[in-house]
Write a protein of this length. Structure first.
Length: 315
């Protein structure tokens, strides 16, 4: 005889229902999942689901809350690094790691969350993360003499960029997450005008992940990172000065071209005026000739020099 199946404890049954619901919510969303389906998949009756969670809304709220806390915890840990660049790298890696290792949970979070979630939507999670990034931004802005009042806006920009990239990467899954993180940091740290053609994560962050992207040959200390950052800032300032010089030169050339164009327009206008005056003069001459011809009667001798050339003197 086979041994009777062990009855699950209340805690085990609750965990089973949460995991089953998580998979169903990820596949079908809140509205596409029913209590009947949850119960049937768990091989229990509907009252068991109601007993543990009070309904579909209750289990959904638990699933969403767990996922939000998991992702928030990973990002918070990443932001505990001492250097701003490493914070950014590890935060990007943390989000991408969550996407890769908890795809079902991320799909649930990025859906239009039902009001039953209780803890909020993905947007509220982004706000929670942005509030932590904001603290980092304030310190960095203060060190660089930027206005710290702008930190909340920049935090939203930065977190939003990483989050939307995570949503895109959820389905494409290429390139590898370390490479995606390197490109994210490349844009966020260097800006469009200073993009590196071959971005790489620093050794301090790269060591946290699998070696999918070759690590730099040297391991940089915090001091070396700061020195590199200062050198990079000097380089960016020089690039900015060069762009400013180019802009001024372009403006000067544009002004010179405009002056030339204006002179050409004036010359063209003068030429048109001279042409118009000449036409008016010719029209007046023609009008005079027509008027003179109209005053001479038909058959009357003219006053031309040859009218009396056959008369003899005294006749």
């Amino acid at each position: 005889m086979s041994e009777p199946r062990r009855r699950m404890s209340g805690k085990e049954r609750r965990e089973q229902l949460i995991q089953i619901s998580r998979t169903l919510f990820a596949e079908k969303g809140f509205d596409g999942t029913s209590v009947e389906e949850i119960a049937a998949t768990a091989n229990v009756s509907k009252p068991v689901v109601y007993e543990h969670f009070g309904g579909k809304e209750g289990v959904y709220a638990v699933v969403v809350d767990r996922e939000m806390q998991k992702l928030l915890g990973m990002v918070t840990e990443a932001l505990s690094a001492s250097h701003a660049l490493i914070k950014l790298e590890r935060a990007a890696l943390a989000l991408l790691a969550y996407v890769e290792e908890n795809s079902e949970g991320f799909r649930i979070l990025v859906r239009d969350s039902h009001a039953a979630s209780g803890t909020g939507t993905f947007a509220s999670l982004i706000n929670d993360i942005a509030s932590q990034v904001e603290d980092v931004m304030v310190n960095q802005f203060a060190e660089r003499d930027y206005d710290p009042k702008l930190a909340p806006m920049y935090a939203q920009m930065l977190v939003g960029m990483v989050a939307l990239t995570g949503q895109w990467w959820l389905d494409v899954r290429r390139p590898p997450r370390e490479e995606v993180a390197a490109h994210l940091v490349n844009l966020a740290w260097n800006g469009l005008t200073g993009l590196s053609p071959t971005p790489r994560l620093t050794a301090a962050s790269h060591g946290q992940e699998a070696q999918a992207v070759p690590a730099p040959a040297e391991k940089l200390t915090e001091k070396e990172l700061r020195e590199r950052e200062k050198a990079r800032e000097r380089e960016l300032k020089e690039q900015e000065k060069a762009r400013e010089r180019e802009r001024r030169e372009a403006e000067r050339l544009a002004r010179d071209l405009e002056k030339v164009r204006q002179r050409e327009l004036k010359e063209q206008e003068k030429a048109r005026e001279r042409e118009l005056k000449e036409r008016e003069r010719l029209l007046r001459e023609q009008e005079k000739l027509r008027a003179r011809g109209a005053r001479t009667p038909v058959g009357q001798p003219g006053t031309a020099a040859g009218d009396g050339e056959n008369l003899e003197p005294g006749e």
